[in-house]
Design a protein around this ligand. Structure first.
Ligand SMILES: Nc1ncnc2c1ncn2[C@@H]1O[C@H](COP(=O)(O)OP(=O)(O)OP(=O)(O)O)[C@@H](O)[C@H]1O
Ligand SMILES: C[C@@](O)(CCO)CC(=O)[O-]
Ligand SMILES: [Mg+2]
Length: 303
């Protein structure tokens, strides 16, 4: 029996722009997906009611991972059991964390000796196939941990940041939201293209202030980024309510993280304001919890 785990992620800046090759800054957080694999007669998924054969419609990401392993190793029967503390469909990279942790567990189980680069690359292929379009961000962060700059695939090291996550509780499918933005960009290529360029500039400027530890300015740039995400149609009434409630309660900056349309927002806070911001988000109708950035990427937890 082998267990692996991989982290979820937040976007400090640059989601959606990164799909068009612009710069984004993302960071692993201390919420993780755990995947346990053990011998079984066929390739199965463990669920609440017991183990069932892997179903591509129910588990498209896991199915795609297994199909890739069939391309380079003898895939004998294996039972895959997933336990994740990452809210699903909430912009925190649950699909990437589950994908990367599954790749890592199967790599150890079948002895295929994949490098971290191989794992990140395979994970990106999986997300792209399942979602129709995906940047490498989520899977790269889940693989390497820490803070990263995409598309340059630069590992920026680790910056200890306290984040309040506000969850609207509204599921949003990354695939659908990303395709909506693509359609908008088709209709207004110059305008949306310039918005993506501006988001890219925010990411590139933001790196310097993160490295200097100037989190007041990082927060200001997050707020500007949030306005631009609203302009490409990925905001929502619920997300805006949580964003403005967190700012009123003292957040340095707050914005959507991930695909938007529902899901989560993040608020960058000083330690003294964490609980006040978390309570303000709850009063505004969201669920809130405090998380920390993490330097830990995908790893084997036990063999
Ligand atoms: N615990 C889990 N077990 C099995 N599959 C999971 C689990 N968590 C997430 N998934 C898969 O990931 C899908 C959600 O991925 P999606 O990309 O839509 O949202 P997300 O990754 O949480 O948010 P974002 O991509 O915006 O960061 C689920 O529909 C499911 O297929
Ligand atoms: C919306 C998006 O930029 C982030 C989803 O977490 C899509 C992607 O990067 O694949
Ligand atoms: Mg996802």
């Amino acid at each position: 029996m082998i267990t692996s785990s991989a982290p979820g992620k937040i976007f400090l800046f640059g989601e959606h722009a990164v799909v068009y090759g612009k710069t984004a800054i993302a960071c692993a957080i201390d919420l993780r997906a755990h995947v346990t694999v053990e011998e079984a007669p066929t390739v199965q998924m463990k669920g609440p009611g017991g183990s069932v054969d892997l179903n591509p419609r129910k588990h498209p990401y896991i199915y795609s991972v297994v199909e890739k392993f069939k391309g380079f190793t003898d895939v004998t029967g294996v039972n895959i059991d997933i336990h994740s503390d990452i809210p699903v469909g909430s912009g925190l990279g649950s699909s990437a964390a589950v994908t990367i942790a599954t790749i890592k567990a199967l790599d150890a189980y079948y002895g295929t000796n994949l490098t971290l680069e191989d794992i990140a690359h395979m994970g990106h292929q999986v997300e792209s196939e399942v979602q129709g379009r995906a940047s490498p961000t989520d899977t790269f962060v889940s693989t390497f941990g820490g803070m990263v700059q995409i598309p340059d695939r630069k590992k920026l090291g680790f910056y200890d940041m306290l984040i309040v996550i506000g969850n609207t509780g509204k599921f949003s499918s990354t695939r659908k939201i990303v395709s909506n933005v693509a359609a908008l960009k088709e209709r207004h290529p110059i305008v949306i293209g310039q918005i993506m360029d501006t988001i890219s500039a925010i990411s590139e400027t933001g790196i310097e202030f993160i490295q200097e530890g100037d989190f007041h300015t990082v927060g200001e740039l997050m707020n500007i980024n949030q306005g631009l995400l609203d302009s490409i149609g990925v905001g929502s009434k619920e997300l805006s309510e949580l964003v403005y409630a967190s700012r009123k309660a003292g957040a340095l900056g707050s914005k959507i993280t991930g695909a938007g349309g529902g899901g989560c927002m993040i608020a960058l806070c000083e330690h003294k304001n964490l609980s006040r911001v978390a309570h303000a988000i709850k009063r505004a109708g969201g669920d809130s919890f405090i998380c920390r950035t993490s330097h830990v990427g995908v790893r084997i937890e036990s063999k």
